[in-house]
Design a protein around this ligand. Sequence first.
Ligand code: AHR
Length: 503
Amino acid sequence: MLKARVTLDPAAVVAPVSRRTFGSFVEHMGRCVYTGIYEPGHPLADEDGFRTDVLALTRELGVTTVRYPGGNFVSGYRWEDGVGPRERRPRRRDLAWHSIETNEVGIDEFARWAAKADVEIMYAVNLGTRGVQEALDVHEYVNQPTGTHLADLRARHGAEKPYGIRMWCLGNELDGPWQLGHKTAQEYGRLAAATAQALRAAEPGLHLVACGSSGSSMPTFGAWEATVLEHTYDLVDSVSCHAYYEEHNGDLGSFLASATDMDHFVDSVVATADSVGARLRSRKKIQLSFDEWNVWYLSRFQNQPPLTRWDVAPPVIEDEYNVADAVVVGSLLISLLRHSDRVTAACQAQLVNVIAPIRTEPGGPAWRQTIFHPFARTAALARGDVLRTAVDAPVYETARYGEAALVDAVATHDAASGDVALFAVNRDLTRPVELTVDLRAFGPPRRPAGSWTLCDDDVRATNTRDRPDRVTLRPAGEVTADGNTATVTLPPVSWTAVRLAAR
Ligand code: AHR
């Protein structure tokens, strides 16, 4: 059998696990909001019209932070359309997704949903068609204690207490030619700096995120981050990263190695940010907010015929995920955790229906897609510190990313409980790998206290409305531990989590 080895040391700490790593994204796009989180006529809707089945799944997923209200949508959004009496809210064209926005849900409703889901809001302001004043206005509406015009308006709309939103995205993907209000790096850098300065004057201590390039394959990648950070370095905390992966032309081997690209992406943005910091003679380190990541079959989307109608909440990019997609999602989480010293927030895009771990049918059930499982398990088990995880594994050649390790892994250690959580993927298409975990540095032995694997003889198997649990987690084959080492067999094309508890 193929063999791999992981060596762990409680002293080799990357950083504490940031709870914000387990963020998600709710955009006014397709059926994410309408018939996703919100469907007043649904038999399971609560008094506010929120689907309680989706709320329960959101909590089960372990989501901590939710980016809102977009995405491309935000670059043409007027936040004030979504507040006040519903019957007076305007219907508007959403030019990003060519649909009608009814504004039935706005920030007040979303804040109520977020409280029920027990998640923090990461709010994105419109720096596409709007600017500093509108960012200040929405900030006053959501965060200012009563006593000013817009704070009092919020109170009149039913929310006396400010929402206390800490994380603010300064626009979305503004280097993308598809973006309303698309800008050059100079234009955006200046606007982001002015907006950041104004928001800081309104409320010190906010966590501000400048837009990075919308993808590492953009011609602007690298130069965009450098220019934007030259304008904003002292004013923002993070720069954003967005990445979507898919299997191209049946090349499963490359697809399974997608996390090597994410590793490279993160390292490149860190290097760019640090070089700006060095030029500015700053000791500050810019953090990365990986606030859009997932598997997305973007090539299928681009081949869709152009939209010719204006519908309310039409189904858009409702990708159905298979076993291999879930393994990739698990491995992307491994990459994000591994970089916890710099990636301090991340949002899987999106939460419901739109390239999402949760699917719903209008008037019908909600179910977990395959990608739900590695996310939920990782969010539940990753505690304490991320450990620098040395992996010794065979390698294989991929057409897209060059050489990749057959096994990738990361571990966390919770010093309070003594628990170790290990997350691992086997990228081999046909062969299992015996993984040995070297725990000698821990001293007192650890015992296996739970294991979960996602794999299937059919890597194309999916969950559907009629077979919602076709793909789920199962206990990993026997996990043995002899005190100083633990051994687990990773099936081909699989994601596995193991909990090792202090005796
Ligand atoms: O998540 C879907 C879309 O992908 C978002 O609206 C946009 O920011 C990105 O291009």
